[in-house]
Design a protein around this ligand. Structure first.
Ligand code: PEP
Ligand code: MG
Length: 594
């Protein structure tokens, strides 16, 4: 960009996770993560600006500390509040402030960096002295130094995302799925995080809510200050800070191209998902809340392939009652009837927690007390949910599936509980569908390997590729540093899926995919070729998948799958997938780079 240097345009690249482009003011959330603030060089003209920012941050921090002290005095009494006197002294310490000022002037560094360098040095010195009193002062210093840094970056620490004052682009080191679920779409234009990857539940939630999002930006929260004007590009995974007119123009063109494509895709919405050679595919959508049904209907999906019920449980202070859950399940099934609605039983744990349930912190939450493991031990919670699902099954076409089944034992235990609660309902004279179909998610490698024995006890399989990939390849699905190792086309994944569809077919059990692989049109032919007959994706991804299916021949898909099953390289498989997908539906893969 010729004028980029003049206007200060900067581009931060990350992982695109939710399509769309938005522009607005940045709001940086959360505590700084890690301890290094970037050491960029400032110009001579910027020195007074940085000195002013430092002064203002010290004044703001002083006000905040005085306010905390006032509240404490009211609540606890003057003695406890006096500990904050030490914080106030730090803010007035002339040698500390002189040293920071000198560093800004002489080394030409931003105020945040200078403040952090000097305060860290003081903290280290105080902590290394073998004196309890001085060690305490180091703690005070750390606390107040953090507040100053927050103020320098304009960072909001404990902001409730439901209470934003104006539209903005949120950036944060991380966001939990429950924080994301709280976002008001009118106020959060888009969001970005330093951490995360494509299959984190936060990213999945962004796609579901259709909020443009970028993750894996590494250091953006340290380098971008609140109030900065920026453009977020959820197609290509970047944030452009202070975009030039040229950049804005190019993005205008990109958005026009996308609108044209979306109009073309709209034509297929009412048409069936059937391949060119006449093979029908059940194309469904994933939902997180009952209100998502509207988006499902608008997307042209034929039902719900995954209802992530845990979102009924988070962001609240008490567990949802049987009646509340019944209403939610009934509502979705009724709105979509006669199309199927697959309700997944509670998948708490991993990256989804309830603040009000006292679940101990675990070293490896994704390998821990999660999903069916949690439900089989917390039977009272499971009972309420199973009764609600059974009761709702009187309407529409409800099916139910269990997450994280690792082998036969868990499946048998869960099925036994379902039978127990059916008996309960019968005794109480409460109606339910006696023939409710029950399936198992295949998302742990052991389940794929044991698919034959599972297939004898279920009506369908749904492959949760998000977890299947994470567990098979030992790649944490949340970790941006190893996101490049998270390979859906890894030969091991291809074989596990094939093993599942084969075991299912042998016992008359159909196999679907409800993980994010189902929403990637590049991978649609491969999945169908491997014997998958149902795909369930975020509503926003459904039209493009249908568009591609309607242009694909099953014979081509099977050829691709045969190639993949004989291939040793994830990259080669992916290249072949891209080749076929681009050949059958080129307009889906036009260059959408700005
Ligand atoms: C999966 O693991 O692929 C899946 C669909 O479940 P979740 O993403 O909710 O873990
Ligand atoms: Mg899963």
């Amino acid at each position: 960009m010729p004028d980029a240097a003049r206007t200060g345009e900067r581009i931060f690249r990350g992982i695109p996770v939710s399509p769309g482009v938005c522009r607005g003011k940045i709001l940086v959330l959360g505590k700084p993560h890690g301890d290094v603030i970037s050491h960029t060089q400032i110009s001579d003209e910027e020195i007074p600006v940085e000195l002013k920012r430092l002064e203002q941050a010290l004044v703001d921090t002083r006000h905040q500390v005085l306010e905390v002290q006032r509240q404490l005095t009211e609540g606890l009494g003057a003695n406890d509040a006096a500990i904050f006197d030490a914080h106030l002294l730090v803010l007035e310490d002339p040698s500390l402030i002189d040293e920071v000022t000198k560093l800004i002037r002489q080394d030409k560094v931003p105020a945040g960096y200078a403040w952090q360098q000097v305060s860290e040095k003081y903290i280290k010195t105080l902590s290394s002295i073998g004196d309890d009193y001085l060690r305490e002062r180091a703690t005070d210093m750390r606390d107040v130094a953090g507040r100053v840094l927050d103020n320098l970056s304009g960072r909001e620490t404990n902001l409730d995302l439901r209470k934003l004052k104006e539209p903005c682009i949120v950036i944060s080191y991380d966001l939990t799925p429950s924080q994301t679920a709280q976002m008001d779409k009118k106020l959060v234009l888009g969001f970005a995080t330093d951490s995360g990857s494509r299959t984190s539940h936060t990213a999945i939630m962004a796609r579901s809510m259709r909020i443009p999002a970028v993750v894996g930006l590494h250091n953006a929260t340290h380098e971008i200050a609140s109030g900065t004007y920026a453009l977020l590009d959820g197609y290509n995974g970047q944030i452009v800070v202070n975009p030039t007119d040229q950049t804005l123009f190019e993005y205008g063109q990109l958005v026009k191209k996308r609108v044209t494509l979306e109009e073309r895709l709209r034509d297929t919405i009412d048409k069936p998902a059937i391949t060119l050679d006449g093979v029908p595919i059940l194309l469904s959508a994933n939902v997180e809340q009952p209100s998502d049904t509207e988006a499902v209907l608008a997307s042209g999906a034929e039902g719900v392939g995954l209802f992530r019920t845990e979102y009924l449980f988070i962001n609240r202070d008490v567990l949802p009652t049987e009646e509340e859950q019944f209403q939610a399940y009934y509502q979705v099934a009724d709105a979509l009837k006669p199309s199927p609605v697959i309700i997944r039983t509670l998948d708490l744990g991993g990256d989804k927690f309830l603040s009000h349930l006292n679940v101990p912190q675990e070293m490896n939450p994704f390998l821990g007390w999660r999903a069916i493991r949690f439900c089989l031990q917390e039977r009272a919670i499971f009972r309420v949910q199973l009764r609600a699902i059974l009761r709702a099954s009187v309407t529409g076409n409800i099916k139910m599936m269990y997450p994280m089944i690792s082998g036969l034992d868990e499946l048998l235990q869960a099925n036994a509980l379902v039978e127990e609660f059916k008996t309960e309902l019968r005794t109480e004279g409460i109606p339910f569908d006696e023939h409710l179909e029950v399936g198992a998610m295949i998302e742990i490698p052991s389940a794929a390997l044991a698919a034959e024995s599972l297939a004898r006890r279920v009506k369908f399989f749904s492959v949760g590729t998000n977890d299947l990939i994470q567990y098979s390849l030992a790649v944490d699905r949340l970790n941006e540093r190893i996101a490049h190792l998270y390979e859906p086309t890894h030969p091991a994944i291809i074989r596990l899926i094939k093993m599942t569809t084969e075991a299912g077919a042998k016992h008359g059990v159909w196999t679907g995919v409800c993980g994010e692989m189902a929403g990637d049109p590049v991978l649609t032919p491969l999945l169908l070729g491997l014997g998958i007959t149902e795909l369930s994706a975020a509503p926003g991804a459904v039209p493009q998948i249908k568009y591609l299916i309607r242009r694909l021949k099953m014979t081509e898909a099977r050829e691709l799958a045969d190639f993949a099953l004989g291939c040793e390289s994830a990259t080669e498989i992916l290249t072949r997938c891209k080749k076929l997908a681009t050949q059958v539906a080129p307009s889906l893969f036009e260059n959408f780079a700005p």
